[in-house]
Design a protein around this ligand. Structure first.
Ligand code: G3P
Length: 230
């Protein structure tokens, strides 16, 4: 794996929140970059599609797309190709987020296309069993996110610790290469600390940072939690 990613990792998904659109997304990406430079913790951002290029040009931290379609360039109106996100400056993509689900065959194809393009894949799964199915596709990272906790501020690492520890244990028993993240409701440094204590390699989060009054302060608190768990 190229050294662009380092673990434990923090991945901030901008979703389509107004608070992460355009200049406001740029601000959050710059905050993430400055905290990453200050702490040495790997922090990635997944901006809205239309902001990928400007953000990737402006920051040195890894930029991911939120989704990519498993189609080659050509007559696929409205689709997002691997080539397009790569050209815009992304180094990988989230796939199968519970808000943008894909069939297993499409996930497999997209993981393969990203790999062939020298890019990373971060595939989401809603529970332990789907996570096991996804693990068979050997993505770079796999994020377990129970949908009922997404956007609630109730952290998966505290409300459903067993889903994290069981995923970690079962996925590692079949594939030690995949980095395992957890997400949903992660809003504080302590939620990140707990996620790492449960054996995960990092967190995937959105509203806790994007909708925070002071996103930089939250990112800093989370990065410090990563440092203290090293
Ligand atoms: O992709 C991250 C995610 O779905 C979790 O969202 O707002 O609960 O951090 P949130």
């Amino acid at each position: 794996m190229p050294k662009l990613l380092d673990f434990p990792i923090i991945v901030i998904n901008f979703k389509t929140y107004l608070e992460s659109l355009g200049d406001r997304g740029m601000r959050i990406a710059k905050d993430a970059e400055s905290v990453s430079n200050e702490t040495g913790v790997c922090i990635c951002v997944a901006p809205q599609f239309t902001d990928i290029k400007s953000i990737a040009n402006a920051v040195s931290i890894p930029v991911f797309a939120q989704h990519v379609d498993p189609y080659p360039p050509g007559s696929y109106t409205g689709s997002i190709s691997v080539e397009a996100i790569k050209d815009a400056g992304a180094i990988g993509s989230i796939l199968n987020h519970s808000e943008k689900k894909l069939q297993l065959a499409s996930i497999f194809a997209a993981v393969k296309m990203l790999k062939n393009a020298g890019m990373f894949s971060l595939v989401c799964a809603e529970d332990v069993e789907p996570a096991m199915a996804v693990a068979a596709l050997s993505p770079t990272m796999l994020a377990v996110e129970p949908p009922e906790l997404i956007g609630t501020g109730i952290p998966v690492s505290k409300a459903r610790p067993e889903i994290v520890s069981e995923s970690v244990q079962r996925i590692r028993s079949i594939n030690r290469e995949i980095k395992i993240l957890c997400g949903a409701g992660i809003t504080r440094g302590d939620d990140v600390r707990r996620a790492i204590e449960l054996g995960s390699d990092g967190v995937l989060l959105a509203s806790g940072v994007v909708k925070a009054k002071d996103p930089r302060a939250v990112i800093k608190e989370m990065a410090e939690a990563v440092l203290s768990s090293r």
